[in-house]
Design a binder for this molecule. Structure first.
Ligand code: E4P
Length: 217
């Protein structure tokens, strides 16, 4: 399973990259705003800065919601760097744009997926990735993992090459469960990724090994 980090924070991206386990980055307009990145040129430069840190795909989201606008913005984003994947919302105009991008060899990530039907449409249009938001489904008492499972079955039934990018990950168990289901990629905060490191028996065991080693010094 590929590990993407879901942030526009350069320090966190560097930290995950330094661990040697990072495969890519996802961003969205809220995450860019959180870092105070405003204005077209600054946003573009920030995407380039992210691409220069990580070895892998970087999702950059369009703001336009009309077909022509999505195409114009998406082409400009894709031209910024070869690692850029154009993130397009799951709306009718978005699906049409994904079809166009796919015919031009521009890679896409269809975002805001909340149902298997939406995932199927995006895959048929040729999306490179689809992003089901499992945490946000859990937030409204709906089983987000069940959606990942449904999409896995459908994509396997028809051998769709579109990758399932499990998004809106909130904690380490989401990552483990997505790996068991067979999500191709997960994207989440640095805290969910580093939480995978922790086990109290590891800490106790290491402390004992070091103490025993010290006795022999
Ligand atoms: C996906 O690409 C989104 O940026 C993200 O995972 C949304 O997560 P949230 O529900 O924690 O905002």
């Amino acid at each position: 399973m590929k590990f993407f980090i879901d942030t526009a924070n350069l320090d966190q991206i560097k930290e995950a990259q330094d661990m040697g386990i990072l495969d890519g980055v996802t961003t969205n307009p809220s995450l860019m705003a959180k870092e105070g990145i405003k204005g077209e040129e600054k946003v573009k430069q920030h995407y380039i800065d992210i691409c220069n840190i990580v070895d892998g795909d970087v999702s950059a989201e369009v703001i336009a919601t009309d077909y022509e606008g999505i195409i114009k913005e998406g082409e400009a984003l894709a031209a910024l760097h070869e690692q850029i994947v154009v993130k397009v919302p799951m709306i009718k105009e978005g699906v049409k744009a994904i079809k166009y991008f796919s015919s031009k060899g521009i890679r896409t990530n269809c975002t805001l997926i909340f149902s298997a039907g939406q995932a199927l449409l995006a895959a048929k249009a040729g999306a490179t990735y689809i992003s089901p938001f499992l945490g946000r489904l859990d937030d409204i008492s709906t089983d987000g993992l069940n959606l990942i499972d449904e999409i896995r079955t459908i994509f396997d039934n028809y051998l769709f090459e579109t990758e399932i990018l499990a998004a809106s990950i909130r904690h380490p168990m989401h990552i483990i469960e997505c790996a068991k289901i067979g999500a191709d990629v997960m994207t989440g905060p640095l805290s969910a990724i580093t939480a995978l490191l922790n086990h109290p028996l590891t800490d106790i065991g290491l402390e004992k090994f070091l103490a025993d080693h010290a006795k022999n010094e």
